[in-house]
Design a binder for this molecule. Structure first.
Ligand code: PLP
Length: 442
């Protein structure tokens, strides 16, 4: 079947309901991951490594909701315990409950540098809060991010350099002035980062350097192994805080996150996704006690010293309990390592197929984060991104079209170029996926 034939002939029910959705939902779908999807599938069931759509078609799920479900989708043992909490307290009361502490204690157990943790509503909110806290703590104004990095959709961090291989940000609706305290450095160019830190001295100093520790866009532009340690040194030299955005990497590259993996300690860490085990309101910020005091509650009698962060549903019992149970379950089952091994097997198999068919792609992974890129994009010179982006645009487009073909063969990916594996990905699941990739490549 051709890709579009697949949707037309096998997905009648998905088509009917998503056509209807166009009248009430802008663009017909609500979730930004679904925006990237080749055709609007309506999913009815999720379990472990698989999804089933409304028409009864089964897919191997390498989207895993964009990363939070390291234990696999719809994980029963966590669901049951969360259901008990809901039966007792319902999803929200607005007052203190035990699970917000248990979650913070669990995070500290596996990421000891997170001495204190403030739960918020999402990774986006966590980054916003981290940046605000860094400004309040240091008294400095400027923030530096790396081009091509995704830190959520807040005004001052969306705007971005177009870095090959990463998604292009849409800055429509964001006044340029909103970004005037944000500067971008080309990924992994320490010389340029240092120059920006120097320039920022005249602009109010640098409050923080924010990085995705694996490299922009979840490692789509992979960072050299010693990059984070060098950024740490530069931050110390210039009095800036180092913020690790571990929304994707936290618990995924290991229970200690990327900080544990690289052996580099950030001042602040943003968590999201896995921190509530796939349940809603996944996100927050944590770090050293003296910095986290900036996020205080006012109960210490120093309310004037605190920054404003919060949210009606922040730290609700449901997401706190889900996060706590999921984190302890990931530790008990060794889920990050098992998911990482599945990522290794998938990557090796993909590269074998790429070589066999002589395709202009390359497969690589950092544990359970698997990238399937066009090799042209990977070879690009960072310093000429616009020219090179243009040259490789057709190939990048082709990768997205491949994503549609994978879906028509029963594999869900993120835009054809990224896959997340989970603990549910047994050797059989990965080998089944590789057979399907083989059919598409053939
Ligand atoms: N930071 C990174 C590295 C992310 O990948 C994401 C989301 O994909 C975010 C922040 C934003 O998190 P959220 O979608 O929970 O707002």
């Amino acid at each position: 079947l051709g890709v579009l034939d697949y949707f037309d002939t096998k997905c009648a029910s998905s088509k009917e309901i998503t056509d209807r959705a166009k009248a009430r939902i802008p663009g017909g779908v609500q979730h930004n991951l679904a925006f990237n999807f080749p055709f609007p599938l309506a999913i009815e069931k999720a379990e472990g490594a698989h999804l089933v759509d409304r028409d009864g078609n089964t897919y191997i799920d390498f989207l895993q909701a964009g990363g939070p479900t390291i234990l696999g989708s719809n994980y029963g043992p966590v669901n049951e315990r969360v259901a008990d909490v809901i039966r007792e307290s319902g999803p929200v009361t607005g007052l203190f409950h035990e699970y917000e502490l248990k979650l913070a204690e669990s995070i500290h157990r596996y990421m000891p540098h997170i001495e204190m943790y403030r739960s918020l509503g999402s990774g986006t909110e966590g980054v916003m809060a981290a940046v605000r806290g860094a400004r309040a703590f240091t008294g400095n104004k400027m923030v530096i991010k790396l081009g091509g990095a995704y830190h959520g959709w807040s005004d001052s961090l969306v705007y971005g350099l177009r870095v090959p291989g990463t998604f292009r940000m849409n800055a429509k609706g964001i006044p340029f002035a909103t970004t005037s305290h944000t500067r971008e450095s080309f990924p992994h160019d320490l010389g340029q980062l240092k120059r920006k830190l120097v320039e920022n001295r005249a602009l109010g100093g640098t409050a923080a350097v924010v990085v995705e520790p694996l490299g922009p866009e979840s490692g789509t532009r992979p960072a050299p192994y010693d990059f984070n340690a060098k950024v740490r040194e530069l931050c110390d030299e210039f009095g800036a805080l180092l913020i690790f955005d571990e929304v994707v990497t936290g618990f995924r590259v290991g229970m200690g996150g990327a900080a544990g993996y690289f052996g580099v300690t950030p001042d602040l860490t943003v968590l999201g996704k896995a921190v509530s085990g796939g349940y809603p309101m996944a996100g927050g910020v944590g770090g050293r006690e003296e910095i986290m005091a900036t996020f205080g509650s006012g109960l210490d009698g120093k309310s004037g010293a605190h920054i404003q962060v919060g949210g009606t549903l922040s730290a609700n019992p449901l997401s706190s309990a889900a996060g706590y149970f999921a984190i302890e379950e990931m530790a008990r089952t060794n889920a990050p390592v098992i998911a990482g091994r599945a990522g290794d097997r998938l990557t090796r198999g993909l590269q074998r197929l790429i070589d066999r068919y002589g395709l202009p792609f390359v497969a690589y992974n950092q544990g359970s984060i698997v990238h399937l890129e066009c090799s042209g994009v990977m070879l690009l010179d960072m310093h000429n991104p616009l020219k090179l982006l243009k040259e490789n645009k057709p190939r990048k487009k082709q990768m997205e079209h491949m994503g549609a073909a994978y879906a028509a063969h029963g594999i869900i990916t993120l835009a054809g170029s990224r896959m997340y594996t989970s603990m549910a990905d047994t050797d059989e699941v990965i080998d089944d996926a590789l057979d399907r990739f083989d059919q598409v490549f053939a």
